[in-house]
Design a protein around this ligand. Sequence first.
Ligand code: CU
Length: 414
Amino acid sequence: MKLIKDKVAKLSFVALLMTVTAAMFYTPTASAHGEKSQAAFMRMRTIHWFDLNWSKEEVAVNDTMTISGKFHVFAGWPETVDKPEVSFLNIGIPGAVFIRAGSWIGGQLVPRSVTLELGETYEFKVLLKARRPGDWHVHTMMNVEGGGPIIGPGKWVTITGTMGSFTNPITTLTGETIDLENFNLGNIYFWHAFWYALGLAWLVYWARKPMFVPRNIAVEAGKADSLISATDKKVAMAFGAGTIAIVAFSMGSTNEQYPVTTPLQAGLMRGMKPIEMPAATVSVKVEDASYRVPGRAMQMTLTVTNNGDSAIRLGEFETAGVRFLDPAVSEDTTNYPDDLLAEEGLTVSDNSALAPGESRTIEVTASDAAWEVYRLADLIYDPDSRFAGLLFFYDEAGNRQLVTIDAPLIPTFI
Ligand SMILES: [Cu+2]
């Protein structure tokens, strides 16, 4: 009996070891980066990122790249996401594998939170400087206070080189050039070590003598005073006075070494400059929209009216970062991330040129694996079955017009 017990104990120990080891070596490659798990209707009805451009796909440590583009703040913002009154233009990367050397909205540097207006379109640019070698999925993103992270499309970017060579030089207004990567580190280490050591010295001073039982007995016997000698009192005074003296002295010497310091700069930036979008001369009415469950596509019936003076064709439908293109009209030249680009994903029942003044009702199908991979099909689980997106129309000269659409999206079942 005992033998069996021992065996069981041994085996379960081995199993435990194996589990722990397996867990240690299990390093899943991060391939989803947050956005897929967010509610589909939320991704479709908050911020529409478009005209994105990643200036490089491979960059060496210390070199820079830019991500630029535009984003449209959808007017039918969901109730459960606070209005983007306080928003921050962020970048979605696993830690500081890049540093953000600069970020701009409408040409204005935006190191702080900004106020965005519903219905407006903004231009943005982020300047990234490579820091840590590896393959990184770089997202544009907007943090909305009271709303959460609104994640834009991500693209793989490779950083080459060694992290040890990374530098982050900055010239201060006092004229010194410092490297932010390690500036002041020695100072921080020194003072933390110093005060920690002082604390230890105080403990060691008392712990040299027996600490607990004899002292407890002395106190119980009414001889507590005998435990603290005249020397002890002097040492205590020395520690007390010394601490105050060191604080006062080092504060003075720090002020001498850094005579000019300013408080942390903070505060909301209002008045972000949106893009003056020309009034669209195309009007679109969504007659109905549906998607099959399960399925990889959504269908819309649109009545398109061309009020302009040039014939137009529908080239693209964009929702939640997924771009459905009609290759006969529009081609991507920006190296948009493959998994989000449906180069032939848009099928239009009649996509012949729509002459000025004409109106036509068309059946549009947006179809691609991305609909499922990025879990837009999971709209079926959302409490608000409505979608929103951007339509891009092109005239004969190649000029583009942007129309936002927004309607209920009704599931159909087999
Ligand atoms: Cu990602």
